[in-house]
Design a protein around this ligand. Sequence first.
Ligand code: ZN
Length: 498
Amino acid sequence: MLGTKSVRTITKQTTTKSQSRDTPITPLRRVIIPRPDILHTYLEYKHINQYMEYLSNRYPHFVHMYTLGHTHEKREIRALEINWMNSQNVELSTQMREQSPPPFVAGNAGHDALPVVHNASHSRNTVFIEAGTHAREWISISTALNCIYQLTERYTRNIDVLRKLRFIIVPLVNPDGYEYSRTKNPNWRKNRRTHKSTKFVGTDCNRNYDIFWASGAGKINRNTYKGDRPFSELETRAMRNILDRLSPNLLFFLSLHSYGQSIMYPWGYCRDAPQYWRELSSLANSGRSAIKSYNGREYRTGSISCLTKRTIAGSVVDYVYGVLRVPMALVMELPSRELGFQPPVEMISQIGHESWYGIREMCKRSYDLRTQINRDNEPPLQGAHYVLEVSNEGSMTTTNEKPPAPDGGGDATGAKSTPKKKKRVKRTMRAQHETILRLQSSKPATKPKSLPAGLFPRQIPNSAPPSRLGRGGGGDGLLLTTNGKPPISSTMPLGVFL
Ligand SMILES: [Zn+2]
């Protein structure tokens, strides 16, 4: 549905090589792109794309659209870059333009290129927001579109964050799943890639990243199926390509989901607290406080494993934080249990606005925290990557090597697998699955307190972190307790798996 009142036209001046002073002025070519109404309806895939096209045409001096890849059903996964401080922005003073980095892709490489990686003097100023990984979480997509709306059509209201930060927003990571959810099964969660020799369809893209991937759900019929291997899915490969590329510039990564009404920080894969948990907690609490002051809605904050009461491996937020070492990474579960994954359309605008209030506050806070976090000296995560090498004797060792690129198109940067390599990967996969099955079958009847070393992370030590932050210690957030349980009465609603 398109808002008829909001239809605007974009005008472009066409020029030709032969144009000279004497030739008459070239007539204006009118490119009519209707503006879809993002605030009062759940848009279909093509209208989400149309909105992004509309903005990149209307604000070409600071908005640029990219195609990150294509899905199994040949839909595009698109990103929008909103980069106010660039040398081509005509709304900046001459002096500011001279001090700003160049915009977008080098030259005019079109929508298939990836954003420019800024050099050191402008680095670590990028906020990355992604949504729509889980098909049924429609409100996360609308909320990401609201962030885009605020930073473009309402840019004067948000100029303070635009002057400090560059934004990359992917509002719909899983368009195949979303369209299936809209038209066939509103409760669909995974993507829509078929699996050979089975009737089951789809993989949970938020279990498919290469960080302790092996400990995710291996049953193909599960709603949280982790896929055949890390980055087996076109959607996660498209995300990996842009995230890996931009990692030197990323300051704050935010993954939008629904409907837990919580803001959570790593780790998902284990119950340990990351080294900079105080800063992450402070960041999450800044968003929580802002939303509470906006309309009284109360979010919960804490680590993913603490608030969901389970460990979640292979998620994008753990990958960005653990593998790419982005200083700050959070998951925001939008409201709410009462409203479900798809709140009534009358709520889209309200949830979008209140969430933006919190997200904008977290963006500001992430900028303030940037000098307090230095992850360069942090030791690497042991055993995080998937590949297990099998030696001739059959013994296994973990390596930090990235797995070979999966077969099939859509992965321009991955190396091609040779038949020999393929065989080795198959062998290592089988060997690893056997190991996991053995470990699972040997589990004691009571819930184990710690997971096997090497493949799985260790439990939180008894000494740290404290069960609650002190008043002066960065906020009043709910944090890990010494026994690994959050000091809260309610748990994540059933059916919400991040
Ligand atoms: Zn989700």
